[in-house]
Write a protein that binds this ligand. Sequence first.
Ligand SMILES: Cc1cc2nc3c(=O)[nH]c(=O)nc-3n(C[C@H](O)[C@H](O)[C@H](O)COP(=O)(O)OP(=O)(O)OC[C@H]3O[C@@H](n4cnc5c(N)ncnc54)[C@H](O)[C@@H]3O)c2cc1C
Length: 287
Amino acid sequence: MRSFRYAHPPSLAEATHLLAEGGAGTAVLAGGTDLIVALRQGRQAPRLVIDIKGVAELRPPISVGGGWMRISATTLMTALRDDRAIRESFPALAEAAAVVGSVQIRNRATLGGNICHASPAADTVPALLVYAAELELRSESGTRRIALEDFLVGPGQTALRPGELLTHVALRLPPLCPGAAFARLTRRRGVDLATINLACGMDGAGTTRLAYGAVGPRAFVVSDGTGVLADPRAAAADKEAILRQLLTRASPISDVRASQDYRAAMLRVLSLRTLRVCSDRLADATR
Ligand SMILES: Cc1cc2nc3c(=O)[nH]c(=O)nc-3n(C[C@H](O)[C@H](O)[C@H](O)COP(=O)(O)OP(=O)(O)OC[C@H]3O[C@@H](n4cnc5c(N)ncnc54)[C@H](O)[C@@H]3O)c2cc1C
């Protein structure tokens, strides 16, 4: 690992000033579960590392007001998994956070890091896409807001501009999809990245949103407005026909985790399973 200067700013103003000053040779450090690995392997060699864990404006981790839940970028996976309001309103996000890495990883890894690392297999991203999350980005010149859907560009690539920091993730209240769930397939139970992951959400008007990770260069979200996917009595063949259409956006590859064919087959299986869970949850939510 090459040596670097370390800064631990107490405020957003100082953090964004350091970012602007440091330019391209700067890296933001949150939990470090991705960044430290990259530094050790020499994939990144910044001159300045800005640790944002002490930034006062990034507390509290979770707040509610004005029709939104705002989750700070430095909120830990453990906090997402355990927070009552998130479990009640955004269960797919709590379920995704609960499977990230191991206990140790979940106690370090942050939501902002999971998004900004831009891994196609990031577990929280499909859930956030289903809930149509918006991101608050801050730089010395101000704050801008962007849909997560527009933020994700490709593997390791985002719409983050030089000098910008992700500060909060905003989720609409009441949630867009009252019936929602997360699912993933891994080679083994325990610490493993997703072979495929997905989140599904249904509203009371028959619209179903499905978001998929690890089956393309970036996670993506698709939506069905026919009401068929949300109808628990609809024929499996009709659901499969719609899924086939929606999944034309998926471009699974063969790698150490699975073959292209296995991924494609499991996408269908996992989607159907998760649709059933969502229908049940929607029925519970509207009872
Ligand atoms: C053993 C192991 C197992 C793992 N298992 C999983 C898994 O099952 N599922 C999964 O999704 N991930 C997994 N990961 C990856 C990792 O833990 C997550 O991506 C984690 O959420 C990253 O968060 P962090 O706070 O550690 O990010 P960091 O490592 O601190 O940062 C990651 C990247 O994002 C940038 N960044 C961080 N915060 C911000 C911000 N607020 N604004 C702008 N840029 C920012 C950093 O500069 C860096 O480029 C695993 C990692 C390890 C080491």
